[in-house]
Ligand binder design. Structure first.
Ligand code: ADP
Length: 183
């Protein structure tokens, strides 16, 4: 089997793919796959609130009582996680592809990066937004995720490192295949 790429770099910016649990990451910001009510849930969201403790939810309830629209993101502290911030990104639920899912997914990634840059984050860890409970097909989502982040890094030259932390081997491999297409 030919080996697939696990990183991309341009100037002083870099994208990395790793397989693992995002709550183990020591970075400036961990991105959460949140829902629009910021109500907590399973998957990444459950893991972040379990490991990060109750202060994260207490802060988002207070600062964002109306939640966060799909395609956008909000930021909070990171509680007990080894990060300064959690960025709660709301990707779209997959409805078959004709409800602006692609645009909304790209904009959730973009908005997360904007918040990271505004808060001086150099190292940012992302999960694969929308491809768990929200049902977005991984191949299409991986292409959008990587393209959107590459375009942002090329345009803004920051953050320095975006690390995708992909939970399972299949998602990791699909991202690596999408990265190969991109470079
Ligand atoms: P969504 O509701 O946006 O689909 P999920 O959390 O259900 O979000 O799933 C998004 C992706 O994150 C899936 O690929 C899922 O397997 C993965 N995932 C679940 N838990 C973790 C974790 N602790 N770290 C990294 N990725 C995770």
């Amino acid at each position: 089997m030919s080996s697939l790429p696990t990183h991309w770099s341009s100037g002083s910016t870099r994208i990395e793919l790793v397989q693992g649990d995002i709550t183990d990451q020591q970075v400036d910001a961990i991105v959460n796959a949140a829902n629009s009510r910021l109500a907590g849930g399973g998957g990444v969201d459950g893991a972040i609130h379990r490991r990060g403790g109750p202060s994260i939810m207490a802060e988002t309830r207070q600062k964002y009582p109306n939640g966060c629209p799909t395609g956008s993101a909000v930021i909070s502290g990171a509680g007990d996680l080894a990060a300064r911030y959690v960025i709660h990104a709301v990707g779209p639920v997959w409805h078959g592809g004709d409800r602006q899912e692609a645009e909304l997914l790209a904009s959730a990634y973009r908005r997360s990066l904007e918040l990271a840059v505004q808060h001086g984050c150099q190292l940012v860890a992302f999960p694969s937004l929308s491809t768990g409970a929200y049902g977005y097909p991984v191949e299409a989502a991986a292409r959008i995720a990587l393209r959107t982040i590459r375009d942002f890094l090329t345009e803004h030259s920051k953050p320095a490192l975006v690390r995708f932390v992909l939970f399972d081997a299949k998602t990791f491999q699909t991202f690596a295949e999408a990265l190969r297409e991109l470079i």
